[in-house]
Ligand binder design. Structure first.
Ligand SMILES: [Zn+2]
Ligand SMILES: [Zn+2]
Length: 352
């Protein structure tokens, strides 16, 4: 097998070669044909998250150490199964989307189906080798999701960007017909957010974005209206549109969080999803008096991914614009993502 790995943090990925993996126990091996490139990979490549105040959350302290094969939007052909893998032989050779947010599988959180919140995560492309490779080992076939009939490049993006948006939207408790929903940031996940929100039936969806070209794109994709959060009048525009009931922050920066939390109407909810980094000060009396909710949402669980694929299958969700690149162009893809000049999602693709 061949893979592209982070050999030392901050450096470009390097190609590595090894023997094809042989599945043990319940493991299955997927021959990778698509792998989406995600903003999270930039943090993994850098080796840290910015947690504000000049402080860093170092990945090495969380047990993430090079060499690291990233890539968590993995789709491919089931190539081999371990002796104890509970999946029919007839499934070998078929294509599947891989659920990457794998936990220990044994704790109460995992047993409740919230593996993405397990205290001992084993996520693909983060804590174990992911899809920037010809082959990817998956610990159990239950993580394989049937996406027959869905374009493989688009299907790959549902494992992270689609699922992250879907799971965050499910945490909102607002009136889909009448309440105003604000999506902050219109990168790949933000765009997924708009499409999934429309698919779920939200009718009043505003998008806040500092890049004029991305604001245009948001309007083209069905946003009710757009704002530049740096405009002095942006908060007033939201208030005039009925007040902000819910905000999903796909950026997760100090400026976006402060803007959205300040703009919430009483009883509103702010959900942080993006990992840009930074910190905020949250005065407590207004939190109480305005009865607002401030919470985070991290990727999503396996049931949510299957629900999302079902929505896609019933044509409720418009496909995300994806641009395909060769696997060998992975460093170029990461660099382009770093400069923020990507509209939609980049997906590495190979025919197998
Ligand atoms: Zn991701
Ligand atoms: Zn667990």
């Amino acid at each position: 097998m061949r893979a592209y790995a982070v050999n030392s943090f901050t450096e470009p990925l390097v190609e590595i070669e090894g023997a094809d993996p042989q599945p043990k126990g319940t493991e299955v091996v997927v021959e990778v044909s698509r792998c989406g490139v995600c903003h999270t990979d930039l943090h993994l490549q850098d080796g840290y998250y910015d947690i504000g105040g000049g402080k860093r959350l170092n990945l090495a302290d969380r047990g993430i150490k090079p060499p690291l094969v990233m890539g968590h939007e993995v789709l491919g052909r089931l190539a081999a199964k371990g002796p104890d893998a509970p999946i029919a032989d007839s499934e070998v050779g078929k294509s599947f989307l891989v659920f990457p947010w794998i936990g220990c599988g044994e704790c109460e959180v995992c047993k409740r189906g919230q593996e993405n919140l397990c205290a001992k995560p084993g996520s693909l492309g983060v804590f174990r080798s992911g899809g920037y490779a010809t082959h990817c080992v998956v610990p159990h076939p239950r993580y394989l999701v049937d996406v027959t009939g869905v374009d493989p490049s688009i299907a790959a993006t549902y494992a992270c960007s689609g699922l992250t948006a879907y799971s965050a939207l499910r945490k909102l408790d607002i009136d889909k017909e009448n309440d105003l929903l604000l999506l902050m940031g219109f990168g790949g996940v933000g765009m997924s957010g708009l499409q999934v929100a429309q698919g779920l039936g939200y009718r009043k969806i505003a998008v806040a974005e500092i890049d004029a070209a991305k604001r245009e794109l948001a309007l083209k994709h069905g946003a009710s209206f757009v704002v530049d959060p740096r405009d002095a009048g942006a908060t007033a525009v939201l208030a005039e549109a009925g007040g902000l009931a819910g905000a999903i922050d796909f950026v997760g920066a100090k400026a976006t969080a402060e803007f959205a939390i300040a703009a919430l109407r009483k009883g509103g909810i702010y959900i942080a999803v993006g990992l840009f980094g930074g910190d905020i000060t949250l005065p407590l009396p207004p939190l109480v008096q305005r009865a607002i909710t401030v919470r985070g949402s991290y990727v999503g669980n396996l049931v949510e991914l299957k629900q999302l694929i079902e929505l896609v299958r019933t044509n409720k969700i418009a496909p995300l614009p994806v641009e395909s690149l060769e696997f060998a162009a992975v460093n170029e893809a990461l660099d382009r993502l770093r400069t923020g000049k990507v509209q939609g999602r980049l997906v590495l693709a190979r025919e197998i």
